[in-house]
Design a protein. Structure first.
Length: 105
């Protein structure tokens, strides 16, 4: 078993390249898509950040912390985290209009 790990260690320079033997599995493609989606969220935060939505931006930037584990465990944890991302992103992009002050008599 250790010899197999030594052989894999020699090929670590191939990680992330087109020659990566594990890089084209469905799981790795999904993980790269998650990363690309997170980078897009960060660009959205950067573009629309203000003092009024700062707390939402922090919560939105932190959603990947909830996606942990490997394989089916990671997929199971991703579903609620991605649902939270959509809820937070909607709130970030469409801030609620402040209630109008009542006119004083």
């Amino acid at each position: 078993m250790l010899s197999a790990f030594r052989a894999l260690a020699r090929f670590r320079r191939l990680r992330g390249t087109p020659l990566d033997p594990f890089g084209w599995s469905a799981e790795r493609k999904w993980e790269r898509r998650l990363l690309a989606d997170y980078e897009a969220v960060l660009h959205t935060i950067e573009k629309d950040l203000s003092t009024t939505n700062f707390d939402l931006a922090l919560a939105l930037a932190a959603y990947p912390r909830k996606i942990r584990g490997y394989g089916h465990v990671k997929r199971a944890q991703a579903a609620p985290a991605l649902a939270e991302r959509e809820r937070l992103l909607k709130a970030f992009l469409e801030p609620e209009s402040a209630p109008l002050a009542e006119a004083a008599e």
